[in-house]
Design a protein around this ligand. Structure first.
Ligand code: D6N
Length: 474
């Protein structure tokens, strides 16, 4: 019985095909849970929309680009400031939010004039910024506004600006994953090859699928600098619009998040012959493996070893200290998709933890293949999990800590279990060697925090009252 119908799903039995428990000696190809299909009506999904996948996850990270959202203000507001991707230029991309602010009359009479006005106003307001991405949303896509025509006329009028269009309204796909795909493919079709980067090293790479969550990118950039490897484009952590136009000049694509950016890595291979190398840059052991692979590709193995030796010497003792205390602790990983397969073995091998449940919002079949291959027997694997399922699973396995987002995290906290932000991190970065230590420290702090014991106490309870007002406590 590898697929499992949870009790809470009795009224939506289709959910059985989305929940899987790995058993001994099983051929997982027969029992992959369904994924990347429409959410079943009645299931309170945690997914985001397709527009959000393009804007919040990929485009919005760029540090020198105005993000113009053509739609009602909520689409702009709700994808602003909900993710932590800093930049080294004062966080321009986090400070501002732009929108054509569609109202009812624009829906009735068309919003193109409003968009044009907003584009011109935004560039006038930020005279140093010459790059923009314009996004459609459900409302403007449904009424058929022609954003490309508007963009063309605005570019003509302003002369010195470059604008990229993302036509991926919220309803374009079953989850945010569609938005990743649309932006990847549109970018390679329209922008790659239109800018020539300056080459400063005989070893050049693009880093693909890393979004500088709480400074992840800065960690990787430091390692590459020490190895003498030039990063032509960082897709899109701390990235610039023009650097991404020059992606065709790298010798290698180092791909971390294969889910959100594997598409552009594949296209760069097909169209420009640039090889794709998949790495895991989270995890103490994985990071060593990643640096070794990059070193071997360029024949600079000794440089990779030097970085590894330096970092391991700096951080190994701390990892050991945390491993001692985290060994055997049960953890759930409930995030978007790829972090499940990046993190499960890293937490088990580096820290001795036991991953007891993994839930993915929008992973595809290939993600589940990787997750289940790296995961343990007895672990519960869920696609597009809903709130009641999370409650039931927490009851079943009583984990020591859950890695998830603030929404599900709030639910977890109500059951007096600690959660760590698996999307935006508690105190990151989590990437690389120092990141692995930060993650271990956050897990340790969460599990051992005395607050969790206090949270379980009901102060209205007579016994508790007696205790709280006793002489001992005073
Ligand atoms: Fe990749 S799949 S882009 S690693 Fe992606 Fe990345 Fe994962 C994700 S930074 Fe997860 Fe999301 Fe983030 S769910 S925002 S943590 V949240 N689309």
């Amino acid at each position: 019985m590898p697929l499992k119908l949870l009790k809470c799903d009795e009224t939506i039995p289709e959910r059985e095909k989305h929940v899987y428990i790995k058993e001994k000696g099983e051929d997982t190809t027969q029992f992959l849970p369904l994924s990347n299909i429409e959410t079943i009506p009645g299931s309170l999904s945690e997914r985001g929309c397709s527009y959000c996948g393009a804007k919040l996850v990929i485009g919005g990270v760029l540090k020198d680009t105005i993000q113009m959202i053509h739609g009602p203000i909520g689409c702009a507001y709700d994808t602003w400031h909900t993710k932590r991707y800093p930049s080294d230029n004062g966080h321009f991309q986090l400070k501002y939010v732009w929108s054509s602010d569609m109202k009812e009359s624009h829906i009735v009479f068309g919003g193109e004039k409003q968009l044009k006005k907003s584009i011109l106003e935004a560039f006038a307001e930020f005279p140093d910024i010459k790059r923009m991405i314009v996004y459609t949303t459900c409302a403007t896509a449904l009424i058929g506004d022609d954003i490309r025509a508007v963009v063309k006329s605005a570019q003509k009028e302003l002369g010195d600006v470059d604008i990229f269009c993302v036509e991926c309204p919220g309803f374009a796909g079953v989850s945010q994953s569609k938005g990743h795909h649309v932006l990847n493919i549109a970018w390679i079709n329209e922008k790659v090859g239109t800018f020539e980067p300056e080459i400063t090293s005989p070893y050049t790479i693009n880093v693909i699928g890393d979004y500088n969550i709480q400074g992840d990118t800065f960690v990787l950039e430091k390692y590459m600098e020490k190895m003498g490897v030039q990063i032509i484009a960082h897709f899109t952590g701390n990235g610039t619009y023009d650097a991404l136009r020059g992606m065709h000049r790298a010798q290698l694509n180092v791909t971390n998040c294969a889910r959100s950016a594997g598409y552009i890595a594949n296209e760069l291979k097909k169209r420009y012959g640039i090889p794709r190398m998949d790495v895991d840059t989270w995890g103490f052991d994985y990071c060593q493996e990643a640096l070794r692979k990059i070193g071997a590709f360029f024949g600079i193995e000794e440089r990779a070893e030097a970085v590894i030796a330096e970092e391991v010497a700096k951080y190994q003792d701390r990892m050991n200290w945390y491993k001692e205390r985290l060994k055997g602790k049960k953890v759930c990983i409930w995030t978007g998709g790829p972090r499940l397969w990046h993190w499960t073995k890293a937490l088990e091998d580096d820290l001795g933890m036991q991953v007891v449940s993994m839930s993915s919002k929008f992973g595809h079949q290939e993600d589940f293949e990787k997750v289940i291959a790296r995961g343990q027997e007895g672990t519960i694997y869920i696609d597009d999990g809903n709130e009641l399922e999370f409650f039931e699973v927490l009851e079943m396995i009583r984990p020591d800590v859950v890695l998830t987002g603030p929404r599900v995290g709030a639910l977890v906290k109500k059951l007096h279990l600690p959660y760590i932000n698996g999307h935006g991190y508690h105190n990151g970065p989590y990437m690389g060697f120092e990141g692995a230590v930060n993650m271990a420290r956050d897990l340790y702090n969460a599990i051992y925090s005395p607050l969790m014991n206090l949270a379980g106490i009901d102060i209205r309870d007579d016994e508790t009252k007696k205790f709280l007002f006793s002489e001992d406590v005073k």
